[in-house]
Design a protein around this ligand. Sequence first.
Ligand SMILES: NC(=O)c1ccc[n+]([C@@H]2O[C@H](COP(=O)([O-])OP(=O)(O)OC[C@H]3O[C@@H](n4cnc5c(N)ncnc54)[C@H](O)[C@@H]3O)[C@@H](O)[C@H]2O)c1
Length: 363
Amino acid sequence: MNFCNCYKGKKVLITGHTGFKGSWLAIWLKYLGADVYGYALPPNSEQDNFVSCNLKDEINHFEGDVRDGEKLKEYFKQIQPEFAFHLAAQPLVLYSYQNPVSTFETNLMGTVNFFEAVRQTSSVKVAINVTSDKCYDNKEWVWGYRENDPMGGKDPYSASKGCSELITASYINSFFKNDDSCLVASARAGNVIGGGDWAMDRILPDYFRSVKDNKKLLLRNPYSTRPWQHVLEPLSGYLHLGSTLLLKGRSFIGGWNFGPIDTNNYSVKDLIDKILLKDNKGGYIIPDQIEKLHEAVLLKLDVSKAVNLLNWEPVLNFDETVSFTVSGYQDDLYHTDNILDQRIKQIKLYTFKAKEKSIIWAT
Ligand SMILES: NC(=O)c1ccc[n+]([C@@H]2O[C@H](COP(=O)([O-])OP(=O)(O)OC[C@H]3O[C@@H](n4cnc5c(N)ncnc54)[C@H](O)[C@@H]3O)[C@@H](O)[C@H]2O)c1
């Protein structure tokens, strides 16, 4: 009985369901028996998880822009969901340097519009805003960021995620703090990897595109460490947070970090070297001059709050994280007929491993 059976037969609305994390969340929720509704822009390419898993026919798919507050509100009113997860965002650092205005519009006003829709739809019992580890004021120190550290962000993307957190806190304080009928939280996760992500300017999509094209990848930031985690790890956190809010109430509102345990912070180069050990098809080149644009070098999340208060913890070690990821991309590249089945197999295997470790949401 995963997540205390909270999602079975319930209407769940996801913004950003055509994206990488949103599409995996939609698959997992459908597998749990939820009635899944999605609001997002159309998928970017035929390779995207949403398309390759044929989710258009599996869930209720609606195309809309989160900057259009009236349309989003109308959709919430029409669907009357019980749970709402906000994942629609412009999620790329590099793109945010090139397009700061649209990044801020989507990530700030999209969040405001999401909470306005939640606030005006009385059916919503739980609403979770998905932000990022980059929401914190990054001091490049060696220890992990805690939920009560200050928000910040030097590049436009990171700043937009810091702002999205401040918006969430403001809506909680102004509208939801004393209102047990709707419980609001935000979830901060680090660099997420897994099959089905084909976004531009992200290390693993770039790497597997180079494998496909039989080329070597130029590593932009080879020595940057990131809290790599398979996409199912933060999603298990979001789902567990949602069910806990529903069952246990107000003491779980606010911000939550979901990341690997400290030792899982490996560099970009470590990650690719590990992938090469499992699937020796690609290769890389380290450039003489490393990228100049500011991108955080050290970034760690402290997940003690989620571990101690939610009884959540990561399931996969670094080796398993890489195995799940390589196998997911192999599904994308070589099993194009039944990718949805492969995704569900991974969810089952992940749940099995969580149960073996007696992680509470899986027991
Ligand atoms: N992937 C990661 O490593 C990672 C890490 C930390 C945080 N996050 C956060 O998780 C969330 C999901 O990220 P992802 O990796 O799935 O990104 P993605 O680019 O794969 O998906 C983004 C989704 O948002 C939708 N979207 C974008 N702009 C929109 C708009 N104006 N109106 C409506 N929909 C819009 C897209 O259509 C897509 O469905 C984002 O908030 C992102 O910042 C991702």
